[in-house]
Write a protein that binds this ligand. Structure first.
Ligand code: ZN
Length: 233
């Protein structure tokens, strides 16, 4: 059977050549999304090995977190921006799962993350998710979950719908309300657990901080943060 599948795959490859999303070279068997060369060029941060790193530092004095990391450095016009653009706006869900898996292998090698037992993706605004058809953070979390073999909880953290009055408020007012954007459903599911909040990019950390604030009443909760990219200023 195996060889039949192989022939089928080879035929498919002839008809629809699989190419590296980044450089356009054809992909070899076993390569996915990007080629091995581009995979080696990914600007890894290695922050998962350090308690003291710029991502974790962004939360100090704001909210309690066990550990925080971002897999890659984000630079304007760079490969990471390009890949994430395809994940978010070109319906390439597979890019999220792929990057999530690579990130998962890194986390697996760090003692700081060995207690992790739940992944919670940062929810999109319901209207945005309807428009896009999926939540990119959920795809990333799905990839991590495949490698670490831990639970992915998609519905426990939700983004509140804007009310009429909120939409009419000015930008500053809305910024003030950022902490009220999220809600936790069934908080008992997260009691006593080691939860990683997963997002695509971290800049100021305001969104993740708001998520953590919404979770503050959960008993014995340990929070970790994991994003694919880190934008430094
Ligand atoms: Zn390539």
């Amino acid at each position: 059977m195996q060889w039949k599948i192989q022939i089928f795959e080879d035929l498919l490859n002839l008809l629809y050549p699989r190419v590296c999303l980044n450089c356009g070279n054809s992909l070899f068997r076993g390569e996915e999304v990007i080629c091995t060369y581009c995979r080696f060029k990914l600007p890894r941060t290695n922050y998962h090995l350090l308690t003291d790193n710029p991502v974790h530092r962004a939360f100090w004095g704001r909210v309690d977190t066990e550990a925080a990391t971002a897999f890659l450095h984000f630079s304007k016009g760079g490969m990471v921006q390009y890949l994430l653009h395809h994940l978010k706006y070109r319906e390439r869900k597979d890019v999220g799962i792929y990057l999530g898996r690579l990130f998962g292998y890194e986390l697996q090698r760090s003692r700081l993350y060995e207690k992790l037992d739940v992944l919670v993706p940062v929810p999109l605004h319901p209207r945005k998710q309807k428009l896009r058809g999926y939540n990119q953070s959920e795809q990333i979390a799905a990839g991590i979950s495949q490698v670490l073999k831990i639970e992915l909880m998609k519905e426990v953290l939700v983004r509140k719908e804007f009310t009429e009055t909120q939409t009419r408020k000015g930008r500053y007012q809305r910024w003030l309300n950022v902490g009220e954007k999220f809600d936790v459903k069934k908080p008992e599911l997260l009691e006593g657990r080691h939860v990683m909040l997963v997002d695509d990019v971290i800049t100021t950390g305001a969104t993740l901080e708001a998520c953590i604030q919404a979770m503050h009443k959960i008993k014995n909760l340990s929070i970790y943060i994991g994003t694919i990219a880190y934008v430094s200023d």
